[in-house]
Write a protein of this length. Structure first.
Length: 84
């Protein structure tokens, strides 16, 4: 989430480079929530991880950034996130 290439990956690799570039346009709050949920799933079972994700749906979709992302998608423009 720091914007750098994670250890063990080559930033010069086309696929990795493309993914890192795409992350720049992701809502910071969504990226943080996704990272947290991935960490939860990594240390539990898949079922528990999915339950955690379902429990967080209200938190995920109640942000202004979620509304901005959906609005931008519908309007065909790039979203402008403010991390709220």
């Amino acid at each position: 989430m720091s914007g750098g290439c994670p250890d063990g990956y080559d930033a010069e690799d086309k696929v990795i480079s493309r993914q890192l570039k795409n992350l720049k346009y992701t809502a910071p709050i969504a990226l943080s929530m996704a990272s947290e949920l991935i960490d939860i799933t990594a240390s539990t079972t898949l079922e528990q991880g999915l339950d955690s994700e379902l429990a967080k749906l209200t938190d995920i979709f109640s942000t202004r950034d979620a509304l901005e992302g959906l609005s931008a998608l519908i309007e065909g423009r790039r979203a402008t996130y403010n991390n709220s």
